[in-house]
Ligand binder design. Structure first.
Ligand code: PMP
Ligand code: GLN
Length: 376
């Protein structure tokens, strides 16, 4: 028998719940993936581009022209000037995150993770032989700067932040960035890994990014996902932005993890990006959010604020005292609607009677699901 390197890691909640949703014929508002068609231009571009000579390895760091398009997108969106050397094309944000942690975090160092936290942060920390320090966000899912500051010491190498936040949908405020700058000034060896995969999916408030704060540029890496932005989660392609001194280390791991990312999708995205319209993405999800919420207004679920991402969190305190994992199981088995319980994002499985619905679904699915939810 082999001794596991990751004895406490199991199959992800998303895989488990999607399987249960499929097996029970439930509406899957659990795992975060859209069930509607992707932009026709993307599909047409696959046909067109695949006829060309695009089927061999790309440059290791990614197609130079695609990296140039990303550099333009960052300038347009955040007014940050980059070199193409600052851009690395990754096999989704997950690989970007894994690669950064493996490249930058050493044995016995510490990495601070803010709970509830997305599930792909801790495992690469453990594989680096480092320690993860899980700190709760405050009760409104905002960073608790006193707690964060108290958790940082000379061993802390990295703070992982996620904004807009999965699962709560909260986005950071100006004040949070001021606090982050103060923290980094106090701890010159601390780096920040900023997971911004929902950067283009925001509502009333605009997304604030690390890109908009020049002081942060030399100390932060941002991670983005074309899967989330263009609803092509199965393509597994994204990018990270890092200052040169960190990128030099990150590419050392990247080249032996994937060498380079799938060439066809890089060429398709290169052709597609000049027509990318962030307003269209925002409008699409605003309509979905409005539809879902207006149909849920007569339910007994308490709707929590969703400022970004395509997740709506709700409290079911008025409906049941069950643990959230049990509540979700019943929701799937008895009512045929799947959701994700918040406790799986917490270190100690802390249960706050809160669950998450993904509303990146076609209108019919949203209407059907909310009708069921109103009867509970
Ligand atoms: N970070 C967060 C917060 C996510 O929700 C996800 C899921 N898409 C990822 C990272 C991973 O993104 P990708 O599918 O591009 O690997
Ligand atoms: N990010 C998706 C979510 O939060 C899940 C992606 C996955 O299953 N790995 O639902």
């Amino acid at each position: 028998m082999i001794k596991s390197k990751l004895p406490d890691v199991g199959i992800s909640v998303f895989t488990t719940i999607s399987k249960l949703a499929n097996d029970t014929g439930s509406l899957n508002l659990a795992q975060g993936f859209p069930n509607f068609s992707v932009d026709k231009n993307l599909v047409n571009l696959i046909k067109e581009v695949s006829q060309k000579d695009v089927h061999q390895y790309c440059p290791m760091q990614g197609n130079e022209m695609l990296r140039f398009e990303i550099k333009k997108l960052i300038k347009q969106t955040y007014n940050r000037s980059l070199e193409t050397e600052n851009v690395l094309i990754t096999a989704g944000a997950t690989q970007g995150i894994f690669t950064c942690i493996q490249a930058l975090v050493k044995e016995k160092e510490e990495v601070v993770i803010l709970d509830p936290s997305y599930d792909c942060y801790e495992t690469p920390v453990l594989l680096s032989g480092a320690k993860s320090i899980r700190i709760p966000l405050d009760k409104n899912y905002n960073p608790d700067w006193d707690l964060i500051s108290d958790s940082i010491n000379e061993k802390t190498r990295m703070l992982i932040i996620n904004n807009p936040h999965n699962p709560s949908g909260k986005i950071w405020k100006e004040d949070d960035f001021a606090n982050l700058v103060t923290l980094l000034k106090k701890h010159p060896n601390l780096l920040v890994l900023s997971d911004e995969v929902y950067e283009f999916i925001t509502y009333e408030k605009n997304h604030l990014s690390i890109h908009s704060y020049p002081f942060l540029h030399e100390r932060c890496i941002s991670v983005s996902s074309f899967g989330k932005t263009l609803h092509i989660t199965g393509w597994k392609i994204g990018y990270l932005i890092a200052p040169k001194h960190l990128m030099n280390e990150i590419v050392k791991v990247h080249q032996y993890l994937v060498f380079c990312v799938n060439s066809l999708s890089q060429h398709v995205l290169l052709e597609f990006l000049p027509s990318f319209n962030a307003k269209k993405i925002k409008a699409l999800y605003q309509q979905k959010k409005d539809l879902f919420l207006s149909n849920l207004k007569n339910s007994r679920f308490q709707i929590l604020p969703c400022e970004g991402s395509y997740f709506q969190s709700v409290s079911y305190k008025e409906i049941s005292h069950e643990k959230d994992t049990e509540f979700v199981r019943d929701l799937i088995i008895k009512h045929k609607v799947a959701a994700i319980p918040f406790s799986v994002f917490n270190k100690d499985e802390k249960d706050n009677k809160t669950i998450r619905f993904c509303f990146a679904k076609d209108d019919q699915t949203l209407i059907k699901a909310s009708k069921i939810l109103c009867e509970i």
